[in-house]
Design a protein around this ligand. Structure first.
Ligand SMILES: Nc1ncnc2c1ncn2[C@@H]1O[C@H](COP(=O)(O)OP(=O)(O)OP(=O)(O)O)[C@@H](O)[C@H]1O
Length: 969
């Protein structure tokens, strides 16, 4: 198989499209000529445009797959694994309303942006107990795969759902969890709250977490109306009997900046709008709120509410869900009070004198806020407009400017909200695992679902994008290692010769971000300096990192001043340093922290206590001292301390995030990982619209293409000998194939197939049980197979036609024969009936005549005996032949015997006086009359007929038969 044959005329290839969108159009090779190492291809693209292309190796256009493979449900089975083929396969399937596609161990899920009937109880049922690959690709197949792997040996499983904002991560994660948590009962119903009959308590509780987390952790963004602004990891816990006993929730990097600022097209967290729309007016009044939320600074910067009615309904759903996880109405009121306090905080007006910031003592917003927070307004005011710097020898108090005071005010709101969110997650966990984590202690194994933000790249990228991309870089590293390890494991197991495949390891980028002298370390150091600034941070970055060793991953952008660029595995991202320090610090001043922790509001104190002090160790012991065997990513305290009562440190957001990410990665390594990559097909959230450049960018960013590249570098196609032989044995000689198949000499067949197809030795290897093929081999084999099958099909079609024609003719002849036979049989049957009837009637005539003769004789005898006075007429008088004559007639052999049977004249009928004639007599009479009336001339002609009436001569009704019918046969 040479390059020349790969580009033989008729071959279909991809060419870069003219739209400079990084996509392709398809083309067909018209001719291919080789000179030295280069090929010259004459091509005609799908628009009919012809062109010539000269190149070699990678500069030749990527090949298109045979039609059979083009919309394969597993991209790993594509023979030509290249970017356009992958994109084309995903696009074709999406057009066929198939939103899921496998890419090796990854499931790609393209958002349909409209409800699809793919999650019905019947479909859930069909995936239970089925192996991945048996049915169409589906989220449930991945979930069932994880469940089956866990049931097999109790190993923990993790399903990582990633993708960009609005790609469908949360929806997919919810479906996966519902599938796993749903009881696998045989009876399924259509209750929309449960996949199966009788949702388990855990399923109900897990479902209840959704409205709460969505209300407090989701917001409308430009990319998604219900965007999760935090990463979450839910672990479903199973006991020794592999029954679900509870669940555990961990969360990552809640976006705090949204509390105090939103762009015009976005909104704050849903709960604030729900509160204003859903609370009864008296409660609103008590909390100093207004149904018109536009009076609040924290709510009026962003866009309008999508639907207030919706907000009201959602508020009631949130209240119900809070009830389900055990937060009673009283506590709910306390939560709403804190939320109201935050809205009032945002409305505290800070003005600027010539040098200092001032807050009016009578500011009603401050009054409300401090009342609900339980903090002294004067203290609050003091530490909002002033700052205390502690030096070695003394404490210096300085005044702040108005913008600085606003920063402090907002940082308090963000901090309190983050603590409230943390407290809610703790409450959810208590409901899912029991107060002391009983369920976790009882659990033997788990299935975790990680719903984490995907790689982000905007025009302006800030600290949030840095953290998100850092997380993705770490996850990608785990993914590469895992995929790579799987591939290499197979090679080792199958004992094939292989050399280590080089792939783009993203470890340098990770080191750059989290290393000892990396970006996060420099940021932390700068954040702790009282005079630290974004500019000095950037200076330090450049001084420390802009070195030849980091050339590949760290760049100083040419045209942006306050920015730095990181070459991520997906693409280069430039980050603007403005706000990095502030966001990384994002803790309240020490004085405010003291005020809040000593608040007169017990609920607020509990919230802060939970968030700051109760950092859970990875495996919390239950009251009886049992420690969970299930790996737990743990929860990092917002204060960064472990244990009650220790001093409250102020960790930076970056360090908190790095810590929690580290434990998450450790946990992932202890479990089997399954991947779901969600893809957003277009930016307008339009159903069934596919924007190729956008999807391509996501495929690159999700690492799917990199995985494909890793696979392509090795032997991407690997088949069991038997499977390969069964599919391609037709390619070898027809005498050999079936015999070898019968003898099950699979390996020999594989070797013959490759030999026959001219596959180079470097393009394949035989393992212990599998055959390994390089990229492109399968496409060649498929091409040969389909050519051969076409020929076979042609032969078969014609042979079948001939056989069918022959069969038809034989059948036709048989049908006519059977018809003739049956018609004859029917005719004979009806003839027999007629004859039988005629014979019976003849018998009856005979009997009637005999009876009549007897009656006549008796009458005559009686007449003779009875003296009537009347003269008995002589035989000549009455027409009788007379005694002597009668005697003569009855004598044997008399010539006149026939005269009795056939008298010349009809004998007069005896008078039937006083009696009705019997039926026999009547029949006799009728028959004899009919006989006498019948054609006398014909009777006269036949002497035999004259003796007895031959009723066989009577006309027989003619049955309907055709010319071929032989009645007498
Ligand atoms: N399987 C699906 N069927 C129908 N619609 C879906 C599906 N998945 C996602 N969607 C639609 O896409 C929207 C966005 O999905 P989702 O909120 O899950 O995205 P996300 O990736 O979690 O986004 P973010 O990262 O911003 O939270 C949903 O509100 C829903 O309308």
């Amino acid at each position: 198989m040479t390059t020349l044959s790969l580009y033989a005329p008729g071959t279909r290839v991809y060419l870069p499209s003219d739209d400079s969108d990084g996509c392709w159009i398809t083309a067909e090779v018209l001719s291919c000529t080789k000179s030295a190492d280069t090929l010259t291809l004459a091509l005609r693209d799908e628009n009919g445009k012809e062109s010539t292309l000269t190149g070699s190796g990678a500069s030749l256009p990527p090949l298109r797959n045979p039609p059979l493979l083009e919309s394969a449900d597993d991209l790993a089975t594509l023979s030509h694994l290249n970017e356009p083929s992958v994109l084309y396969a995903v696009r074709t399937r999406y057009a066929q309303r198939k939103i899921y596609t496998y890419s090796g161990i990854v499931l790609l899920a393209v958002n349909p942006f409209e409800p699809v009937a793919m999650y019905t109880p019947e479909i859930v049922k069909s995936y239970i107990g089925r192996n991945k690959g048996e049915l169409e690709p589906h989220l449930f197949a991945i979930a069932e795969d994880a469940r089956a792997a866990m049931l097999l040996d109790g190993t923990g499983q993790t399903i990582i759902v990633s993708g960009e904002s609005g790609a469908g991560k949360t929806e997919s994660a919810k479906l996966v969890m519902r599938f796993i948590a749903a009881p696998k009962a045989p009876g399924l119903n259509s209750d929309k709250n449960s996949f199966v009959d009788g949702a388990s308590q855990v399923e109900q509780q897990i479902q209840a977490t959704n409205p709460i987390l969505e209300a407090f952790g989701n917001a409308k963004t430009t990319r998604n109306d219900n965007s999760s602004r935090f990463g979450k990891f839910i672990q479903l816990l199973f006991d020794t009997n592999q029954q679900i006993v509870g669940a555990r929730l961990r969360h990552y990097l809640l976006e705090r900046s949204r509390i105090s600022y939103q762009t015009r097209t976005e909104r704050n967290y849903h709960i604030f709008y729900q509160l204003c729309a859903g609370l009864p007016s008296e409660d609103l009044q008590r909390l100093g709120l207004d149904a018109d939320y536009s009076t609040f600074h924290y709510l009026n910067q962003g866009g309008p509410s999508t639907n207030e009615l919706n907000d009201r309904d959602k508020f009631h759903a949130t209240q119900d869900a809070l009830g389900v996880i055990g937060i009673d109405p009283e506590r709910q009121t306390s939560i709403f009070q804190i939320l109201a306090a935050l809205l009032h905080l945002g409305n505290i007006s800070v003005t600027q004198t010539r040098t200092d910031a001032i807050i009016d003592d009578e500011d009603p917003s401050m009054g409300h806020a401090m009342e609900f927070l339980g903090v002294n307004p004067a203290d609050f005011k003091k530490w909002t407009i002033k700052k205390q710097i502690t030096t070695r020898s003394e404490k210096i108090v300085t005044t702040l400017t108005a913008p600085q005071a606003v920063q402090v005010r907002d940082s308090i709101s963000r901090f309190v909200y983050a603590c409230l969110f943390e407290w809610l997650v703790t409450a959810i966990n208590e409901s899912l695992m029991g107060k002391y984590g009983d369920a976790a202690a009882r659990a033997e194994t788990c299935i975790g679902v990680l719903d984490i933000y995907g790689f982000e790249h905007f025009d302006k990228n800030s600290f949030e994008q840095f953290c998100i991309n850092y997380a993705n870089e770490r996850l990608q590293h785990e993914f590469n290692t895992y995929v790579f390890k799987l591939a290499q494991d197979d090679y080792v197991k199958e004992k094939i010769n292989w050399t280590f495949i080089d792939f783009d390891d993203n470890q340098p980028a990770i080191d750059l971000m989290e290393g000892k002298l990396g970006i996060l370390a420099i940021l932390d150091e700068e954040s702790r300096l009282p005079l630290g600034s974004d500019a000095s941070f950037l200076q330090k970055l450049n001084a420390q990192l802009d070195k030849p060793a980091n050339k590949a991953v760290y760049k100083m952008p040419k045209f942006a001043n306050a920015a730095f660029t990181i070459a991520h595995y997906a693409l280069d991202v430039t980050y603007q340093v403005e706000g990095f320090l502030e966001k990384n610090r994002d803790t309240v001043p020490e004085e405010h922290l003291t005020l809040l922790t000593s608040s007169s509001n017990p609920f607020l104190r509990e919230v802060l206590d939970t968030a700051l002090h109760r950092a859970e160790p990875a495996d919390p012991p239950s009251p009886n001292g049992a420690v969970s065997k299930v790996p737990d990513p743990g929860r990092t305290s917002l204060a960064g301390t472990t244990g009650r009562g220790t001093s409250v440190k102020k960790p930076t957001l970056g360090s908190i995030f790095k810590g929690s990410l580290g434990t998450l990665m450790d946990m992932l390594r202890m479990t089997n990982v399954h991947y779901i990559r969600c893809l957003k097909p277009n930016q307008h959230k339009k159903a069934w619209e596919f924007d190729p450049p956008q999807v391509l960018a996501q495929l690159r960013a999700s690492g799917v293409l990199e995985t494909i590249r890793i696979s392509t570098a090795g032997y991407p196609s690997r088949w069991k000998f038997e499977d390969f032989a069964r599919r391609y044995y037709t390619l070898i000689h027809w005498r050999e194939g079936p015999t070898l198949m019968k003898r099950e000499q699979w390996k020999r067949i594989c070797a013959l197939v490759l030999q026959k197809a001219g596959v180079d030795r470097s393009k394949h290897q035989f393992g212990e049980t599998k055959i390994f093929l390089r990229t492109g081999v399968l496409a060649t084999l498929e091409g040969l197979r389909s050519t051969k099958l076409d020929a076979v099909l042609f032969m078969q079609t014609n042979m079948r036609r001939l056989i069918a024609m022959r069969k038809y003719r034989h059948f036709q002849r048989s049908v006519v024969g059977i018809q003739s036979h049956w018609r004859g049989a029917l005719a004979r049957k009806s003839f027999a009936k007629v004859r039988e009837k005629a014979l019976k009637e003849a018998e009856a005539v005979k009997a009637a005549k005999a009876a009549k003769a007897a009656a006549d004789r008796e009458k005559r005898l009686a007449d003779r005996k009875t003296p009537t006075g009347r003269k008995t007429p002589t035989p000549s008088e009455n027409g009788s032949p007379g005694k002597p004559k009668i005697r003569k007639m009855f004598s044997f052999g008399s010539k006149e015997k026939s005269a009795l049977v056939l008298p010349d004249q009809p004998s007069p009928e005896p008078p039937l006086i006083g009696r009705r004639p019997s039926r026999l007599e009547a029949a006799t009479k009728r028959l004899s009359r009919s006989w006498y009336d019948s054609d006398s001339s014909s009777r006269a002609k036949s002497p035999n007929r004259a003796k007895s009436p031959n009723l066989l001569a009577a006309p027989v009704p003619k049955p309907a038969w055709n010319s071929s019918t032989n009645l007498l046969h």
